[in-house]
Ligand binder design. Structure first.
Ligand code: ADP
Ligand code: GN1
Ligand code: MG
Length: 365
């Protein structure tokens, strides 16, 4: 639910220009995002991004904003102005504003003339997305990872996501377990494979890097005019992780032939063509610094990030929709179904996916 009047009051805290109005903006599942419009003394109008931070998901707002300030200040030293987010300080100089109702707000410079896609419209955009996320990992390769707060503990720890699923099934808070037996069976049949990436990180075969961890397509802005000038956004989950988390989440969302909440499952497939387009872009920037083990882990990442996301949607459905913002009653279940359809499709296409990664890695090494 958006709250325009609370947003309008918060908007007054960011900058000294005349505030005009605020309206809901974008399609994120976590924060409440608004565009806030202002007028400068010379009459020109502009807008900022204004977000009510999801304090349930991110309990440590100080740590969260310290991460984002740290990473964006660091990136600004490497890339151009339109290529990184800019935090607008609140009136008291802090990176957020705490309103009298206990809600946390933050504001960013609005990057205009760029688009966050919900679905791939042209191949070049998905290629660009791959280039950008590969480069993002490379740019942060020397960022002091120990400075980062773990904003969501065990975020991509798939086995711990399974623990949460087991707990939700046992609690059956919303009385929905009987209805989703088939989906529960699908998830549990794959539990054994859930630990591949975290085990690799724990035993040192997969290096721990600074990763974005939420690389879905609409968390990148692509310049409308050039198809470049792209900016990686939604930095809430930038934390130490495995490169396959980022590669995998992009494939999960962007290589699907349908929306994440499509209800006609016959439309949902993992397109090998789109997989190749993204892998080509990603490996063009990442192949030079990835280890052999990391290259081998990319296809596992695609399957696991999709399975994990499906498990999270199912858990949230069972828990009564407490985490992801929903817009209709069965929304989380619909999302779970697309993810599991994609997992099954990736399992059928695994050999082809591995061959594509191998071929493209060789092209860039
Ligand atoms: P959530 O965590 O809820 O996904 P995001 O930070 O991804 O929230 O923001 C939601 C949407 O708002 C994005 O998908 C994008 O469309 C838009 N957005 C966010 N930051 C900016 C920005 N700096 N400039 C322009 N659009 C933005
Ligand atoms: C959430 O914040 P947003 O909408 O980009 C979620 C991701 C999920 C995604 C599924 C912090 O992403 O982990 O993969 O929804 N982000 C968080 O669409 O939980
Ligand atoms: Mg987002």
């Amino acid at each position: 639910m958006s709250d325009i009047s609370a947003a309008a009051r918060a908007a007054l805290q960011f900058g000294s220009d005349e505030f005009l109005y605020a309206e809901p903006y974008g399609e994120g599942h976590i924060n409440e995002t608004y565009a806030a419009y202002y007028r400068k003394a010379d009459g020109t109008e502009y807008r900022n991004i204004l977000q009510k931070i999801n304090n349930y998901v991110f309990p440590d707002v100080d740590g969260l904003m310290e991460n984002i300030k740290g990473v964006t200040d660091y990136l600004r030293g490497i890339v151009g102005e339109r290529e990184t987010m800019t935090v607008i300080p609140a009136a008291d100089g802090k990176a957020y504003y705490l309103d009298p109702d206990g809600n946390y707000w933050r504001s960013y410079v609005f990057i205009e003339n760029a688009t966050a896609y919900q679905k791939i419209e042209k191949d070049e955009d998905f290629f660009t997305c791959g280039v950008s996320f590969g480069r993002f990992q490379q740019q942060l390769a020397d960022y002091p990872a120990h400075l980062l707060h773990e904003t969501i503990v065990n975020f991509h720890n798939t086995p711990s996501r399974y623990e949460a699923l087991h707990a939700a099934i046992a609690a059956d808070k919303a009385g929905r377990a009987a209805e989703v037996q088939e989906q529960i069976a699908f998830a549990l049949a794959r539990e054994e494979s859930a630990g591949v990436l975290v085990q690799g990180m724990a035993n040192g075969t997969l290096p721990c890097r600074v990763t974005h961890n939420d690389t879905k397509l609409n968390n990148i802005l692509i310049d409308d005019a050039t198809g470049k000038g792209q900016c990686v956004i939604d930095l809430d989950t930038v934390m130490p992780g495995a490169v396959a988390f980022d590669f995998g989440d992009c494939i999960r969302f962007g290589a699907s032939t349908a929306a994440e909440d499509e209800t006609d499952l016959s439309k949902v497939e993992m397109s090998l063509h789109l997989f190749r387009v993204f892998a080509d872009g990603y490996l063009s920037t990442a192949a030079p610094f990835l280890t052999e083990a990391e290259l081998d882990s990319l296809v596992d990442g695609a399957r696991l990030m999709t399975l994990e996301c499906g498990v999270r949607f199912l858990t949230d459905y069972l828990s009564g929709d407490v985490y992801f913002r929903i817009h209709r009653p069965r929304h989380n279940l619909d999302r779970c179904l697309t993810q599991f359809k994609l997992v099954a499709d990736m399992e059928a296409k695994e050999a082809e996916m591995r061959a594509i990664v191998k071929e493209l890695a060789a092209k860039y090494r």
